[in-house]
Design a binder for this molecule. Structure first.
Ligand code: PLP
Length: 463
């Protein structure tokens, strides 16, 4: 199915119902705990609350659209990951999923480490007090300035992504009289996506250095020779929204194969392996993500088994969940503006945001669910599509949704599981003002990223 952009133009074939939607949920007023942040519930008046506060009050105080993030849930997920992996492993939160200074403070307090992949993310992390040695710097094309800054401040590791970068980082470190801890990112030929993974010999993508053809082994050989680098391990990240550990199994097998080759050829046992992130969350009640404990147990077993077979000491493992920590902790609150029933098709429900605050539906064909949250309704389910206010017919927030048939302009609806890759990928398309992120905890709410203003827009436009 085509899901390409059609700026402000018509879309044809794929707007017609194909006739096989999942049935409407048994209870349209239900707020399934799989997709909603932990403290979200509906009160006796039928209004949804988060951290004990009614969404109607939140909308009055902070406006819509807005993201509301359940701080207790965020912290609990950090702890669950840290506890699951224990003292002999490191959990790095992938900052690209959503990063702000408040988030950095929570991560710091909960004992997590942090992945950044740009100078901007590094600035945010350092400014909020994350110790540099708990930061990992990623990216396939780090600028010379980014590299120099990362080495200068002393980040815990830089993940090297190309042959050029091996030399660049070594050079910078040496010229600063430092020895930079690095991992080498390899591509293992595993493409993992949701319920399936494909193991191939080659991987056709921009990240990492392929294991295929001995390239990764050659990269490690070169890095080991450079005084400016301390090679601490191998990094592999196989995909996103993964529900099953079998892709990690193939990846770990191949990475351990490389560790063995390095030991045999250079007499060096690299002490760490990083298995990346990509662990899935429930966007709809049909998704069944695994608990951090299950994942930790499976990954530890896989790595231990592979290392025993290769007669290697088991390396220290690190993982990099982004979505699995922040994704489920937030929802986007919208106000319904217009409602357009299309006879025999579906009802288009337009909200006051759209692809500027959630690009994932347009970009990845992502699925979301949605609920009426400002009141309870006993009306019949109505097949709907939640769309935004942008000049683009692909501006879809929730492709197939059931909302009550008495939905009316002014109602508040909310899309759960929008904590990851929504605010962080938000844009100013149509000069939209990017929504605020409001943290809610124990009956209190505070803005952690404020709403953009028209002044902000004009400040960048120097005329
Ligand atoms: C994106 C990314 C992650 C995080 O992915 P999630 O799906 O948010 O868990 C972790 N590591 C690397 C290298 C990434 O690029």
């Amino acid at each position: 199915m085509s899901r390409s952009a059609h700026p402000a133009g018509p879309r044809h074939a794929d707007v017609y119902p194909e006739g096989h939607y999942s049935a409407p949920p048994a209870d349209l007023n239900g707020l399934d705990e799989k997709v909603w942040a932990k403290t979200v519930t509906r009160n006796d008046d039928g209004v949804a609350t988060v951290g004990g506060i009614e969404v109607t009050r939140l909308a009055e105080e902070f406006g819509t659209p807005a993201y509301f993030l359940d701080e207790a849930d965020f912290r609990a997920r950090c702890r669950a990951w840290a506890d699951a992996f224990g003292k002999d492993a490191d959990v790095f939160y992938a900052g690209k999923a959503f990063l702000s200074r408040a988030v950095v403070k929570w991560l710091h307090e909960e004992g997590l480490n942090l992945d950044v992949c740009s100078g901007g993310e590094l600035t945010t992390a350092l400014d909020a007090g994350m110790p540099a040695d708990r930061i990992a710097f990623h990216g396939n094309n780090k600028s010379p300035e980014e590299i120099e800054r990362a080495v200068r401040v002393g980040v815990g590791r830089i993940v090297l992504d190309s042959f050029q970068e091996i030399v660049r980082v070594a050079h910078v470190a040496q010229s600063l009289g430092k020895r930079q801890r690095v991992q080498i990112r390899v591509t293992v030929g595993v493409e993992a996506h949701t319920h399936e993974f494909i193991a191939t010999a080659h991987e056709d993508q921009k990240f990492g250095i392929p294991l295929a053809g001995g390239q990764a082994a050659e990269a490690v050989r070169r890095a080991l020779q450079l005084d400016g680098l301390e090679v601490i391990g191998i990094h592999s990240h196989i995909g996103s929204q993964i529900f099953d550990t079998s892709g990690f199994e193939v990846a770990a097998h191949r990475v351990v194969g490389l560790l063995k080759q390095i030991r045999d050829e250079h007499g060096v046992e690299l002490p760490e392996i990083d298995l990346g992130g990509g662990l899935g969350i429930a966007y709809t009640p049909d998704d069944d993500p695994r608990e951090p404990h299950d994942i930790a147990k499976a990954l530890n077993e896989i790595v231990t088994r592979e290392c025993e077979a290769a007669r290697l000491r088991t390396p220290r493992i690190s993982v990099e969940p982004g979505r699995a920590i922040v994704g489920p902790t937030a929802f986007t609150l919208y106000e319904v503006g217009t409602i357009k029933p299309l006879e025999g098709l579906r009802t288009y429900v337009s909200v006051d945001g759209g692809m500027s605050d959630n690009i994932r539906t347009a970009l990845y064909d992502a699925e979301y669910s949605v609920a009426l949250v400002s009141r309870r309704s006993d009306a019949e389910p109505m097949l709907s599509r939640v769309v935004g206010k942008h000049c683009e017919s692909g501006d879809i927030v929730v492709k197939d949704a059931f909302l009550p048939a008495d939905l009316a302009p002014g109602d508040l609806i909310a899309v759960p599981a929008t904590g990851a890759y929504c605010r962080s990928m938000a844009s100013n398309y149509n000069h939209a003002l990017r929504p605020p992120v409001v943290a809610v905890a124990d009956g209190g709410a505070r803005v952690i990223v404020r709403r953009e203003t028209e002044e902000d827009l004009l400040r960048l436009d120097v005329g």
